[in-house]
Write a protein that binds this ligand. Structure first.
Ligand SMILES: [Fe+2]
Ligand SMILES: [Fe+2]
Length: 300
């Protein structure tokens, strides 16, 4: 019988993730003794498998989010928070095709047409997603174009910068880890999450185009599956970098969540109104403010 694949990646100085093809995943503190050499102390060099690669990727996300409280992971949405999230969704989507194509061009130069082809396909699939967020904003009576032109949620800025930076690197393989992180988290959203948002919207308004397509009901699930299969097929060095970047992106996302969660609905509404220079529709400003902010956050 063929031996099961085991993969491992050191993501921080003192934590490595180890994953088996069978689905087992554990975190490991690298170190050995004189008698016992740590077999995971040196980087992996073997082949990947879908079962172990998904363990590493999801382990990296879990580790990145381990710092934020559980209750924040599934907050109840508010309409104002949802608008902020849609603006964030716009910003994390608008440059994605261009950035991915740039990274693809670099892989063509490097003689890696298979990576270039994968990124070009992703760029095609992500095209137009920023428009979905704009349509949702418009459906809610918000001047979407004007709002996104002058407002980017504080917690989203570092995420956009990370992706921009990754895609212009000399060896931009990390952009796959970033995309995986965002898509995997989006794919966790269930029908009930979308229904909650729908229930907050005024009657007859459909403002869930972006959310639906970036949820377990939309294309995100296939994107995630395709990425896992692709990453598993990469050489060990590439898999290591993709997993490390998935972890770094998850850390940045987790900090962003916390940042936005510190704001009340009233504060967010003020920010939005300042950005567009006018009062927002009645159904937003009349929405009861909460002391602590909760929100449904679509990810790109
Ligand atoms: Fe996607
Ligand atoms: Fe997307």
């Amino acid at each position: 019988m063929a031996r099961l694949v085991t993969e491992w990646v050191n993501v921080t100085g003192d934590i490595s993730i180890i994953a088996r093809e069978s689905g087992e995943v554990w975190f490991h503190a690298p170190g050995g003794t004189e008698e016992n050499v740590d077999p995971f102390a040196t980087p992996m060099t073997g082949v990947g498998s879908a079962g172990s690669t998904v363990g590493l990727l999801d382990g990296a996300i879990n580790l990145g989010f381990a710092g934020i409280e559980k209750r924040l992971a599934r907050p109840d949405p508010t309409l104002v928070g949802y608008i902020v999230a849609l603006v964030g969704a716009y910003h994390t989507s608008v440059d994605t095709p261009r950035n991915l194509r740039r990274a693809a061009g670099r892989f063509n130069e490097l003689g890696r047409p298979e990576v270039a082809a994968y990124l070009e396909e992703r760029a095609r699939e992500e095209t137009g997603h920023d428009r979905l967020a704009l349509k949702d904003l418009r459906a809610l009576g918000v001047p979407g174009e004007r709002l996104v032109a002058s407002f980017i949620p504080e917690g989203i800025k570092p995420l956009c910068k990370r992706f921009d930076d990754l895609c212009v690197q000399d060896y931009p393989i990390g952009c796959i880890g970033y995309s995986y992180c965002l898509e995997r988290i989006a794919a966790l959203k269930q029908e009930a999450d979308i229904e909650k948002v729908q229930a907050m919207c005024p009657d007859g308004v459909d403002a869930t185009r972006f959310l639906r397509s970036h949820s377990s009901l939309g294309s995100e699930v296939t994107h995630v599956e395709e990425t896992i299969a692709f990453v598993a097929s990469l050489p060990a060095n590439d898999r290591i970098r993709v997993v490390q970047e998935t972890y770094e992106s998850a850390l940045i996302m987790a900090v962003g969540y916390n940042h936005e969660l510190l704001k009340s609905d009233a504060e967010m509404l003020k920010e939005l109104q300042q950005a567009v220079g006018e009062a927002l529709p009645y159904h937003l400003s009349s929405y009861p403010s909460r002391g602590a902010k909760d929100e449904a956050r679509p990810a790109a």
